[in-house]
Ligand binder design. Structure first.
Ligand code: FAD
Length: 159
């Protein structure tokens, strides 16, 4: 990373950024352009989970090539400057790479959905088997990821 002062090295800090993020963006291989799609997600022990209808462009592309790039961010807000070129953005972000695969086993699917639900809520989690059968649950095994934190001057940043 060019800005070493903003790089997050500590894996726990990288995971903390993921935990506080709301949306995961997944980049997939297509023929002429990359395809980026935002999804809700959960993270557990080196794996990202998201759910989807079983059809659609992202599903087709994952079936063709399951190598993905992903991005997520938290704590984003503009930092005002005296002049336009002194404005900046506070953010904490993660970019990573991995392989997506479809979870087929119903019990494992349920666990994946629970991870997603727990990312957003502590409410009781229950999904009927009939609904489970209609949903695809995708796991991304993270192969590498990097974190970056950009803060106001003087605020504690990366590390
Ligand atoms: C905040 C947020 C959270 C979401 N969470 C989920 C989730 O957890 N699971 C899930 O499956 N989907 C989620 N979606 C919707 C998701 O982004 C896709 O729209 C959806 O998954 C369908 O994708 P697809 O590749 O099957 O598109 P298709 O229905 O096959 O359509 C493909 C075409 O539609 C366009 N398109 C697809 N999605 C979008 C979009 N979001 N915005 C603009 N154009 C689009 C593409 O450019 C493409 O040309 C979320 C969207 C947002 C914004």
């Amino acid at each position: 990373m060019r800005r070493k002062d903003k790089e997050v090295i500590d894996p726990q800090k990288i995971e903390a950024i993921i935990e506080s993020a709301s949306i995961l963006r997944i980049a997939l291989f297509d023929d002429f352009y990359p395809y980026v799609v935002p999804v809700t997600f959960g993270y557990h022990e080196g794996k990202l989970y998201f759910h989807s209808a079983p059809e659609g462009k992202k599903i087709d592309l994952i079936k063709r090539n399951n190598r993905v790039c992903f991005e997520t961010e938290a704590d984003c807000y503009p930092i005002k400057g005296d002049v336009p070129c002194k404005w900046s953005m506070s953010y904490a972000s993660v970019i990573g790479f991995g392989r997506a695969c479809f979870i087929e086993d119903p019990e494992e699917k349920m666990k994946g959905l629970a991870v997603i639900f727990r990312h957003y809520s502590d409410d009781p989690f229950e999904i009927p088997d009939t609904s489970l059968a209609r949903i695809s649950v995708i796991e991304i095994e993270v192969e590498s990821m990097t974190g970056k934190i950009s803060k106001k001057p003087g605020e504690v940043a990366a590390g």
